[in-house]
Design a protein around this ligand. Structure first.
Ligand code: PLP
Length: 486
């Protein structure tokens, strides 16, 4: 009976109904990070063609140059994309050289050297754990492929009934229908809810600030989380679940939330018990952003399938990848099969050449070491200069991936009324004169997530002086915005 494999609708689900009741839909806003609110918040074309956003005419290092003459300090790299900063000539040279050699190779029956080189690099830098990479264009495509690969793995291994997934609240996995189905971002799911996969069982996120009880130890908290996963497996029917899908450090949905110690080990143990795969979405937190090439290296687990994006190409080209472990590739080869998947622009030679150069620069310049050391400095400054503020509830993150959550009342952690659009105000004030700084923001945006947050995610080669400037400006912006509320 196929219907018995389906989860209850979100509104009937005991796991998520409570969170939904308290969700407030926020008003549309425009500008950077506008997707963080509602789908109708995309900038409205005012003249029938182009939205009215400030023109960027150039960029160098940590700065974006605007047509109105201002220089904007890019403290977020877009959405954690610009890991090398702007205007790195070595990367544009690599792109030009590849275009001059061959710009398109039909991947279905021919190959390019740059794809081979990037693929080899991605395997070697993960100690050979990943045996195959499909190079795609966006994080959504990579997640879409990761989900399909998880199911097809079970087709190859004789368990095609594994059609369900378990994913978390306060998560975002992309905007295409499969990836959107995995995400717990209720606002972005909004108009499309009835189109999304029914076979996704949702469990709470791992958010110590909001969920850990004062008397609870990390171990107790983590075993509670593992029990939630266990219950979802039981509810779904354990042998119907293909994979548990999660971001190691939560990004856009809730502002840089790292897992509690031991969380992923405990979750992986539950997946292993029921024979399901672990699919990690490192589109935002991966490729060095949190101080190790892969965020899972700090968790003591290895995923079966992984999606990467953003920092892979540093914003120079649209690039992402689906990475498959030996276990997946062996199952495919045993069947003499190929992954039933592909896009016209998959494995694009120019994109591969650019991504490889970005990754070579990160390695050559020891930038992941810098992420760790500069990240510690950034954390210290954020805590020293902002955590005392009466409306800063939480400062959290890892590496150069930091989020601040704003609350009305620190003792009760009561969030602001979403109507006030606190995070948007902070973002807009920061972007305006005299601050001239870009911050990423989200506003109760995951639906399940309670508060407003902003994210600080500078380039890996950021200097201490620039970090000083970022935090000084941020503290001034926070004072400015909350001062006007009083
Ligand atoms: N997964 C995560 C964790 C993300 O943060 C994002 C984008 O923010 C995506 C997937 C989707 O990536 P893209 O916007 O490149 O499609």
């Amino acid at each position: 009976d196929k219907t018995s494999l389906l989860p209850p609708s979100l509104s009937e689900s005991g796991l998520s109904a409570k969170a939904i009741e308290s969700d407030a839909v926020v008003k549309p806003v425009s500008g950077l990070g506008s997707l963080a609110t509602t789908s109708s918040s995309l900038p409205t074309p005012e003249d029938g063609s182009e939205p009215n956003r400030t023109l960027v005419v150039g960029g160098q290092g940590n700065y974006l140059h605007l047509a109105d003459g201002r220089k904007i300090l890019d403290a977020c790299g877009g959405a954690a994309v610009a890991c090398l900063g702007h205007g790195v000539k070595e990367v544009s040279d690599a792109i030009l050289s590849q275009v001059a050699t061959i710009s398109y190779v039909p991947w279905g029956f021919l190959d390019s050297q740059s794809r081979r080189d990037l693929s080899k690099w991605l395997s070697q830098t993960s100690d050979g754990h990943f045996k195959k990479a499909w190079i795609t264009s966006s994080g959504s495509e990579a997640m879409e492929g990761a989900i399909k690969l998880a199911h097809e793995y079970f087709v190859w291994t004789g368990e095609p009934q594994r059609v369900n997934f378990i994913a978390r609240e306060e998560s975002y996995h992309g905007i295409t229908l499969g990836a959107l189905s995995m995400g717990g971002h209720l606002v972005r799911r909004g108009p499309f809810e009835s189109l999304l996969f029914s076979g996704v069982y949702r469990i709470p996120a791992c958010n110590a600030y909001r969920q850990k009880l004062p008397e609870e130890t990390d171990e107790e908290f983590v075993s509670r989380k593992a029990e939630e996963l266990e219950q979802a497996f039981i509810q779904a029917g354990p042998d119907t679940v293909a994979a548990f899908v999660a971001e190691p450090v939560v990004g856009a949905a809730n502002g840089c939330v790292p897992p509690s110690p031991g969380y992923f080990k405990a979750m992986k143990a539950v997946c292993d018990k029921y024979g399901a795969l672990l699919v990690l979405d490192e589109v935002m937190c991966g490729m060095g952003r949190t101080g190790s090439l892969h965020a899972w290296e700090q968790e003591g687990v290895i995923p079966d399938i992984q999606a990467i994006g953003k920092g892979l190409g540093g914003g120079y080209v649209p690039v992402s990848a689906i990475l498959a472990s030996g276990k997946i590739v062996r199952a495919m080869e045993a069947k003499n099969a190929t992954f039933t998947h592909g896009h016209t622009y998959m494995d694009h030679p120019v994109v591969c050449a650019a991504a490889l150069r970005v990754q070579q620069i990160i390695q050559r310049d020891n930038l992941i070491d810098s992420v760790r050391s500069q990240g510690q400095y950034l954390e210290k400054l954020l805590r020293n200069k902002l955590l005392d503020h009466s409306n800063v509830g939480d400062v959290r993150g890892r590496g150069l991936f930091w989020g601040l959550e704003f609350v009305q009342n620190k003792a009760t952690k009561e969030p602001f009324d979403p109507e006030l659009q606190i995070a948007r105000r902070i973002h807009e004030t920061a972007l305006s004169d005299p601050y001239n700084m870009a911050l990423y923001f989200g506003q109760g945006c995951a639906g399940h997530a309670k508060g407003d947050h902003i994210m600080v995610m500078p380039a890996y080669n950021v200097t201490r002086e620039v970090i000083d400037t970022i935090v000084d400006k941020l503290a001034a912006v926070v004072d400015d915005v909350f001062g006007k509320l009083e």
